[in-house]
Ligand binder design. Sequence first.
Ligand SMILES: [Mn+2]
Length: 338
Amino acid sequence: MVNGGSPPRLNSPLATSVGFGYAGVAMMEPTKPDIIITHESDLDGFLSGALLQRLAKKLYDTDTPLEAYHYNQWKQRELRERAAWVADFTFEPRLDKSEWMIVDHHVTESAPKNALLIHDVNKSAALLCYELCKDHGLGSPALDRLVHLNNVADLFLEDDPDFALACDYANLVKIYQFWNLQALIGGGVEKLLDHPLLEVMAVKRRIENPLGFEWSKNNVTEINPTVGYVDTVVGNNNLVVHQLLEEQAVKYPVLVTLFRRGNMVFASFRSRNGEALKVAEKFQGGGHANAAGAILPKSIRYIPDAIDYLKQVLNPKRDTPLNSLENIFASLEAEKKG
Ligand SMILES: [Mn+2]
């Protein structure tokens, strides 16, 4: 589905030379971007950024700089560029700029008036980017495969025969991190296919995940009656937590895990019935209904402090002095719900 800005920019000088042909939809085209911005957290953002860079190169024959952000940083970033392409971030009113294209699959309550929004909640962001690429002759069997694996992992399509392998691919970004992986493969995302590091991911999956699941199952602590904190020691936290939710091994509908990176503590929220995103938003995070994340404030440096902070924000009536805007909002939220 293509939600174009209104009116479609048919009078653009490029309209005749560059078109995005979707059945029955007027040709709308993105403006040449000053920058491409993507989501740093995962393979979907990683591939989306690389694919949009290729598309920009093909359309405008220039190299476009890429920036990657986690949600909290992204929400604070000034949007100073005249023209930009943004992938894998929720569409929101501040992105509704006439020379901006947003390619995304998160649920949004906003409709674009100015920006070009390419949006489908049933496809990964990278698949949407790849469809644009294919419209311009940039498809290949290697990219078909890579984008398929990403789609399976990002949308958590457990019934797909490639699910375990797809999670190994997604894990590459989690384990080695966005810019390290980028450095390793350069612009050639195809090099990820059958990359030797996938053997490492497969071993981690086989050995670490069962150990991690057994341990984590017995190490869940209450943050509030609906949110449980899952301590993790080894394994793919995503899969460990997913298994805990699926097997209803614990009573909390929302499970949170914490991990440190640099000086920051990241919180990752998961659920089965759509409650995770609302919790992440209390920490200025974002994501999908059942899979969302947030970076905790800079003052939170260690996991025990992070657990206290989660409790403070998610139990606003208990012992929180109303000394910050964040806490005031958190308690207003709770009033509404209560
Ligand atoms: Mn995504």
